[in-house]
Design a binder for this molecule. Structure first.
Ligand SMILES: [Zn+2]
Length: 386
């Protein structure tokens, strides 16, 4: 048997197999069962959360010869043909690579023709990438859809879809999958595939996957192929500690150590900004369901040690740095310059850096038993330790 990636092998085939999107799959299955399927759906959500997978299940369920309670049987000729990618009832267009008006016109012409099954399903992936003429052509069809046609528009960015198109669809939002649900899924996949993996691997792939089933199972494939965890962003904890401790030397040391062991500065920067963002969310009371327990503990530790202005400034500075790193001849130097500015706010005269210094000053004064500062605190005295 040729090797098939876990993501493909364990792609959900029925609604009941879809993880973490209960509100969507229940509604879709009931609509199929009760013959209340809409002519146009908009599925939005982050990549790898099941949008096109659910669209394909809709196509199977609508054309299945022996559907059971809104689910496809997976055995009839229609189900088999759709799963083999050989059915005339399912058409997919990737708007990211095919965004012109000709591609949409071609699709609409075919949509207007008859069909051997009961329903023709057209999936337009990344529909926000359609050109304006293509969007307008699609809108015309959505205004008067052919009787037997169902459009499923999928997008990671629903705000960029024409509002006139959005308003003609039933909109379902797909969520990132929570860490607990994903960890259970990974354990189930491993058991079903006869793989022995320990809790460290489960935590690792759930973290790398970031709530996307596709990315999580791809990470598991990589661990299996490599024979163990290769953490390309190792050294993150040391780097975070150096920044919180306002120690530029230690921050540069952590980068040096990470790069020396073969880690990519860009990946390190991405993970760092994600950690800071998680800490900021936690500091305002947002639950971090997408993180494994070990990471949640790390974030809680960071929230204890860092003031909120520092976190917001870190997110700003590192976000801009990630953009700069894409253009930079040496991404590591760009990252190091940003880390020095973050670790040593006196090297940075931006407003957010000054706010960060004021916050630290206020805390120092409060901790020293002095009266909390009031009024104008933008001119700290010469002896203030900031
Ligand atoms: Zn069937």
């Amino acid at each position: 048997m040729t090797w098939q990636s876990l993501y493909r092998r364990y792609r959900p085939r029925r609604f009941v197999d879809v993880r973490g999107q209960d509100h969507v799959v229940t509604a879709l299955r009931n609509a199929v069962r009760d013959a209340r399927v809409s002519h146009a759906y908009l599925f939005s959500g982050p990549r790898g959360t099941g949008k096109t997978t659910c669209a394909r299940i809709v196509a199977k369920a609508l054309n299945c010869e022996r559907p059971v309670d809104g689910e496809p049987c997976l055995e009839c000729d229609s189900c088999v043909a759709i799963e083999a990618g050989a059915s005339y009832d399912l058409h997919e267009l990737d708007a990211a690579s095919n965004n012109g008006v000709d591609a949409v016109r071609d699709l609409i012409t075919r949509a207007a023709m008859g069909t051997p099954g009961r329903a023709k399903v057209y999936i337009l992936d990344e529909v926000h990438m359609l050109s304006t003429p293509a969007s307008n052509a699609l809108l015309k069809t959505l205004e008067e859809p052919p009787e037997h046609v169902v459009f499923v528009l999928a997008t990671t960015d629903p705000q960029k879809v024409l509002s006139t198109i959005r308003s003609r669809t039933q909109h379902y939002e797909f969520d990132l999958i929570g860490a607990d649900v994903m960890a259970a899924h990974v354990r189930w996949v491993a058991a079903d595939a006869g793989l022995e993996i320990d809790g460290t691997v489960v935590d690792h792939v759930v973290r790398v996957g970031g709530g996307s089933a596709r990315d999580t199972l791809s990470a598991l494939d990589q661990v299996l192929a490599a024979g163990g965890i290769i953490d390309r962003a190792g050294g993150l904890d040391d780097l975070v500690a150096a920044l919180v401790g306002r120690d530029p030397g230690a921050a540069l040391g952590a980068v040096h150590e990470a790069v020396r062991s073969g880690r990519d500065p860009r990946v390190l920067a991405e993970r760092l900004v994600a950690r800071m963002r998680d800490a900021f969310l936690a500091s305002v009371g947002v639950p971090l369901d997408h993180l494994p327990d070990a990471d949640r503990a790390r974030v809680a530790h960071l929230v204890d040690g860092a003031e909120r202005p520092f976190l917001t400034r870190a997110i700003e500075v590192l976000g801009a740095t990630l953009v700069d790193m894409r253009q930079a001849a040496d991404a590591r130097i760009t990252l190091e310059a940003a880390l020095v500015r973050l670790a040593d706010p006196t090297a940075d005269t931006s407003t957010s850096a000054l706010l960060d210094r004021i916050e630290r000053l206020e805390r120092a004064l409060a901790a020293g038993g002095g009266a909390p500062p009031s009024g104008d605190t933008t001119t700290p005295g010469p002896t203030a330790a900031v």
